[in-house]
Unconditional design. Structure first.
Length: 411
């Protein structure tokens, strides 16, 4: 339940990145000893991936924001369907399992229904390394008698495919080169983790990544990068509510497209010693946004930013180029009085003077965040259902917003 009308003020700290920690926990399967992962957010997706590797035989324990993984007991190669179906990121265990066990079997992954997100890029990469992949009765099964380095060109710079190939290649014989690789910060974080275990990964953060396979990997201690999507959501919330918020624990370079668009809309964004301060405006301006793979504007912040444009002066055009089904929040925002029409992959948003609270449903993770943000400026109460989507990606979102003045509560 959200009651609108309060400017957000104060400071809020960003948690570790969901999209970085999931593949890193999967990669811990490769370790020859204990792995310590710090700054791990308390999210349902994190719990799910921990259950996945536990089901394979790994020992996993958690204390606060630290996770300890000992994978030496892994003796299985099949990830349970009931876990994989909950979260698409489970597919990244394939590369690590192939490298460790020579075999991997998972059901087709689940997650948010925001588009096709084809898995064939993952499979083509693993096949290029010497895996034989079969699809039977909804299961993906890959086997190999030994992975061998290869030159792999990705038709699309898929983050998950890049990560899966990196993990598999880390212990393959010879050198693997991934061309048109994803450049997201989360890919860099995984590369750093692999290198801390003794891997030899170079070029992460560019579109060409080189991995020299090693015979074994050891344990490591690693801290997860801050969540740029959570950070961006708080930045938008501050601007949208005409607030004044210091968002702490951020990496500014990861947020450049968001900062640029908020400034274009009329918000003031300044870099301070401990983070980014955003001062909003009561008269935000319309903006045009086109989502891109990194370093462009992130698709995961398209929905939160759309919430801002619903009350900006003028007409905004938001073009989604990454996922074809990522406008499911539009109908829910329209229930609150937003004026939005869809034309192909573009949403045309005519700003209104005010939104009105209404009962709405979170259709996916980032759509849920957008509805919370819209509720913060709507007149009256907004009741959001299906909040389990939001809990998959935002740690303590209610408590954090309460700490900066939002009137928000769970029922």
């Amino acid at each position: 339940m959200v009651k609108g009308g309060r400017p957000l003020t104060g400071k809020v700290a960003v948690s570790g990145a969901k999209n970085a920690v999931l593949p890193i926990i999967a990669a811990s399967v490769l370790a020859g000893g204990q792995v310590q992962i710090d700054d791990v957010p308390n999210l349902t997706d994190v719990e799910t991936i921990c259950q996945v590797i536990s089901s394979l035989g790994a020992s996993v324990s958690r204390e606060g924001n630290q996770i300890l993984v000992n994978p030496t007991g892994i003796d299985a190669y099949e990830a349970p369907h009931e876990l994989v179906s909950q979260m698409r990121a489970s597919v990244v265990v394939m590369g690590a399992l192939l490298a460790r066990m020579g075999r991997a079997k998972i059901s087709h992954p689940g997650g948010c229904a925001i588009g096709t997100r084809p898995i064939n890029w993952h499979l083509k990469g693993l096949e290029a390394l010497g895996a034989e992949v079969k699809i039977n009765h909804g299961y993906l099964e890959a086997t190999t008698s030994g992975l061998v380095g290869a030159r792999i060109y990705l038709d699309f710079p898929s983050v998950g495919a890049t990560e899966n190939i990196m993990m598999a290649a880390s212990m393959a014989k010879g050198v693997t080169v991934i061309e048109n690789a994803a450049q997201e910060p989360e890919v860099v974080d995984l590369a750093n983790f692999l290198n801390e275990m003794g891997g030899k990964v170079r070029g992460a953060g560019t579109n060409i990544i080189k991995i020299e396979g090693v015979s074994s990997l050891g344990g490591a201690t690693h801290s997860i990068i801050p969540d740029r999507i959570e950070a961006g959501s708080f930045l938008v919330a501050a601007a949208l509510t005409a607030g004044d918020v210091l968002v702490e624990n951020v990496i500014v370079d990861h947020l450049k497209p968001v900062i640029a668009k908020l400034r274009e809309a009329g918000a003031e964004v300044s870099e301070e010693e401990t983070g980014l301060r955003v001062r909003g405006s009561s008269s935000l301006s319309a903006i045009d946004v086109k989502t891109q793979v990194h370093p462009g504007f992130p698709t995961d912040l398209q929905a939160p930013l759309m919430a801002l444009t619903t009350v900006a002066q003028g007409t905004s055009i938001i073009t989604e180029t990454v996922f074809e089904n990522r406008f499911m929040h539009v109908d829910e925002l329209k229930r609150m009085g937003a004026r939005i029409r869809i034309e192909g992959r573009a949403a045309i948003v005519e700003g209104v003077r005010t939104l009105t609270g209404a009962p709405v449903k979170a259709t996916d993770l980032r759509a849920g965040a957008a509805l919370i943000l819209a509720g913060l400026v709507a007149e009256g109460e907004t009741e959001i259902d299906n909040i389990y989507h939001i809990d998959r990606g935002y740690e303590s979102i209610v408590e954090k917003l309460q700490s900066i003045g939002a009137d928000i509560s769970r029922r």
